[in-house]
Design a protein around this ligand. Sequence first.
Ligand code: FAD
Length: 412
Amino acid sequence: MQVDVVVIGAGAAGIGAGQALEAQGHSFVILEAADRVGGRAYTDRVSLPDPWDQGCHWFHCADVNPLVAWGERLGADFEREDRISSNMTWANGTWQDEAGLAESGDAFDRAFAAVYAAAAAGSDGSLDTILPNSGPWARQIRYVARLMSSGDPQDVSVSGYADYADTEVNYVVRSGLGDLIERMASGLPIRLNTAVTAVEQRPGGVRVVTGAGTIEARAAIVTVSTNVLAAGAIHFDAPDALPVLDRIADVPCGAYEKIAIALRRPPIDPGETQFCWIEPGQGQPLSFEFAPTRTPILIAHVGGSDARALVAAGRQAMIDLGVERLADAFGSAIRGDVTHAEVTGWLTNPLIRGAYSHAKPGLAGRRREMIAAETGDILFAGEAFSLKWEATAHGAWQSGQDAAKRAAARIG
Ligand SMILES: Cc1cc2nc3c(=O)[nH]c(=O)nc-3n(C[C@H](O)[C@H](O)[C@H](O)COP(=O)(O)OP(=O)(O)OC[C@H]3O[C@@H](n4cnc5c(N)ncnc54)[C@H](O)[C@@H]3O)c2cc1C
């Protein structure tokens, strides 16, 4: 088979690339190893009574996010106000009052302002060295930092973190961000169950090798995660790609998993509150989201080494921990209200191998170099290749669009 461009991976980046190639009238095919499109965008319609997003769920930077227009166009149901920092907190046997919540909100604002200020002053140390000692809020702030970067604060570059141009406007996509991205792929030439095993640079183009044959093309756009690249799942015989491949290990994907628990009845009326922090004093705290579903579903979000430890403990241990924390805060009768539970497995999924990327301390420049690198007919896209929107679905989609335009300019 011969096409102008082969796109490897049908996640947000691959779909963004495909849409741009289609608009420009180029011949192309998207090769996807999994049996579904979307990658880390995945609305699970099976495991719980209502659909829920195992991966991306919010339009981050919603005031400038290009996927919002797609949501409008395709009739997605999404909120139009930011409730992401609307919290309730149960700590050491009691619910926090309004004054305590306001204090913790201020502590969060100070902590993350310190990160951006340190980066602006030239620091490329670890988040751990910059996050202030926030006293009673320190554990919660570090927990949230793990969710934001999917790495532990000691493993994440301050400067790399601050490359993210956060507008602090985040909308929940009630009908599923995975569902939206899947629908955006409709009509694109995508071959599922087709894993790419090798990409070879050839005079005037590329050869892309799969279990189902070889495709010759003028250019390839590679969108798999940095951990998939670092694991060597695709063999590159491509000297032009080395400026990216040599840097990929410095921009790894961390860990971020969810534990979703469906209940017969809601434990409380959350009102406008979106998150509930449950701190047992001893043991692993959890932050639960009140999911925007018809039936009550509470979803714990866990990042960094906490997520790695839970994945190692296994599915049932994750569910047991989630139920235990809910029982801590809402009383043990809630155990009898659990109807279904499910957990994610991004870390152990061989086609993803983590959550999303962060630069290591001292190495923020590696992502910038990777994005700026000239790699000939083999182009790279994906969340790791977005600077100002790193780690997000819209950043991945935009990077795919940009790579497709560069590929089109090369092949004329
Ligand atoms: C738990 C979690 C929560 C998140 N929450 C949000 C959120 O609320 N908002 C937000 O904007 N972002 C969020 N993100 C991040 C967002 O989901 C990702 O940044 C984005 O979806 C990545 O898209 P991508 O196209 O770069 O990569 P991927 O989605 O990983 O796509 C790459 C594709 O390549 C395929 N592939 C792998 N190997 C091969 C091969 N050898 N051959 C062919 N195909 C292959 C994979 O199966 C995959 O489909 C979250 C991520 C996680 C894990």
